[in-house]
Structures are given as C-alpha cells and as structure tokens.
Design a protein around this ligand. Structure first.
Ligand code: NAD
Length: 247
C-alpha cells in the first residue's frame, strides 16, 4: 500500500518537467494519474516512464473544447478526483519594448485562461476534501527583466488560489499554489537560444542563496503536500525557491 493508494489525480502538462516528476511521485505511491499535454510523442514517452497506473490525454489547455474532452476522459478513466495539479504553462520571455500582442495573448491564453477553465471544467469531478494546486512562479513576487507578461499571468494565478478557494471550500475543496524558483526543466527550451539559456541559468544559480537550481522532484513533493496533506491550508502559496525571494 502506497501513501496515495486509491487516490486519483489529473496533472496538466504532466508529460515533462515538474508535472512528470509529480506524476511519477504519485504513481510510485499508488495513485492513478491522468496526464495531459500538447505533444503526443512527449506523452507517449512519459507513459513508458510512468507505467500502467497512468493514462494520457492530448489537448491544449487554451482550447475549451479540449478541456471539455479532458473532463469526459477523466470521468471515464478515473471517475472522481482527489487532486488536480494545474501545471501546464509556457515561459516565453518578452522584453517590454518589443512584446507583441500575439506573445501577450498566447501567454495569457495558456497560463491564465487555460488554468482557470481547467479548474472550472474538472471541478465537478473533485471529491470532498480534494486539493487543487496551481503552479505560479517566484516571478510573481519579484521584478525580473523580460518577464512582465509571464509574471503578470502568474500573479493572476496566485490571486485565483484565494478566490477559487473561497468558492470551492463549501465543498471542502482547497485551492493552493506552489511557486517554483528556477528549476532544471525544459521550460526554457524554444524560448531562447541554447547559449542564452546557459547564461540565464548560470545567472539564476549565482543569484540563488543555495547556489543551485531546484529539481523537479523538489517541486513535486511540495505539490503533493499541498494536494493531499495540507488539510488546513487554503488560498496559500508555498514558495520552493532555495530561499531566493526570502534571503
Ligand atoms: P515544461 O516545459 O517541462 O512543462 C510544461 C508542460 O506544459 C509541458 O509538458 C507542456 O507540454 C505543457 N503545456 C504547455 N502549453 C500547453 C498547452 N497549451 N496545453 C497543454 N499543455 C501545455 O516546464 P516546467 O518547468 O516543468 O513547467 C511547469 C510549470 O512550472 C509551468 O507552469 C511553469 O510556468 C512553472 N514554473 C517553472 C519554473 C522553472 O524554472 N522550470 C519556475 C517557475 C514556474
């Protein structure tokens, strides 16, 4: 019997990075997990890693018909849910002077609208006592350059952890946020050149009180704690950043 035996979870963006590490932690402890993502190849590779207790549904969180289809599949595959990890997101850097309307709309469509409607569409499946975890970022608390749109979107999510909690607590459903600092995942791939990503990462390491990046597993443990164990916590944000925003 694992710690999460008999529990069901949906993890958006669960095919890679923080989402995949969380799916692995939950599956290894006995949960059944449904992961989502946009790339079928990524989801197939993740399922190989996760084994028989995981299923995958391809879809775009910014497209409401895809979220309706996700809710149907989650109901068919899992019945009801004990945890919902709203983790899918993109981390496009947008220098203020050259931010395009397209980049702005894409960031908000995926990171904000996608998260909001993921919770709305899956909320009917959540059991009494379930935990919803939104993935914010330390960018919502500090003024990092080139993150004005990304950070504003994550600040919106941080706010939603409070307001959605107030609407879902009558069903004993808690909504909280996990706020990662710099974590070693694929999030930067495709948003900048390899050289720029190396420089960006080196700067984050140098600035961090622990002089290292976080690991996906460290965020996964915090997300699992909020989803299952933080039974007297609602509307909160757990920062997992090596102390970067505190020291
Ligand atoms: P990642 O790129 O490995 O994971 C993001 C996942 O989201 C991918 O699996 C991707 O397929 C999925 N995704 C993106 N757009 C989607 C869409 N429209 N529909 C469905 N799925 C979509 O990166 P990660 O670092 O694991 O990021 C996970 C979350 O953590 C993101 O919300 C990110 O903003 C946040 N975060 C990451 C860091 C970091 O340093 N890595 C720091 C703070 C916050």
């Amino acid at each position: 019997m694992g710690r999460y035996s008999g529990k069901n979870a949906v993890i958006t963006g669960g095919g890679s990075g923080i989402g995949l590490a969380t799916a692995k932690l939950l599956v290894d402890e006995g949960a059944r997990v449904l992961i989502t993502g946009r790339s079928q190849a990524t989801l197939d590779a993740a399922l190989e890693h996760l084994g028989a207790h995981a299923v995958a549904v391809r879809g775009d969180v910014a497209a409401l018909p895809d979220l309706d289809a996700l809710a149907e599949r989650a109901k068919d595959e899992l019945g009801t849910l004990d945890a919902l990890f709203v983790n899918a997101g993109i981390a496009t850097l947008t220098p203020f002077a050259s931010t395009t309307e397209e980049a702005y709309d894409e960031l908000f469509a995926i990171n904000v609208k996608g998260a909001y409607f993921t919770v709305q569409k899956l909320a009917p499946l959540l059991n009494t006592g379930a935990g919803v975890v939104l993935t914010t970022s330390v960018a919502n608390a500090i003024g990092l350059p080139e993150t004005s749109v990304y950070a504003a979107g994550k600040a919106a999510l941080r706010s939603m952890a409070r307001s959605l909690s107030s609407e879902l607590l009558p069903r004993a459903i808690r909504v909280n946020a996990v706020s990662p600092g710099p974590v070693d995942t694929g999030a930067l791939a495709g948003t900048m050149t390899e050289e720029a990503a190396e420089q960006f990462t080196a700067q984050r390491v140098a600035d961090n009180p622990m002089r290292r990046l976080g690991t996906p597993g460290e965020i996964a443990r915090a997300a699992a704690f909020l989803a299952f164990d933080a039974t007297y916590t609602a509307g909160a944000e757990l920062v997992v950043d090596g102390g970067a925003t505190q020291l």
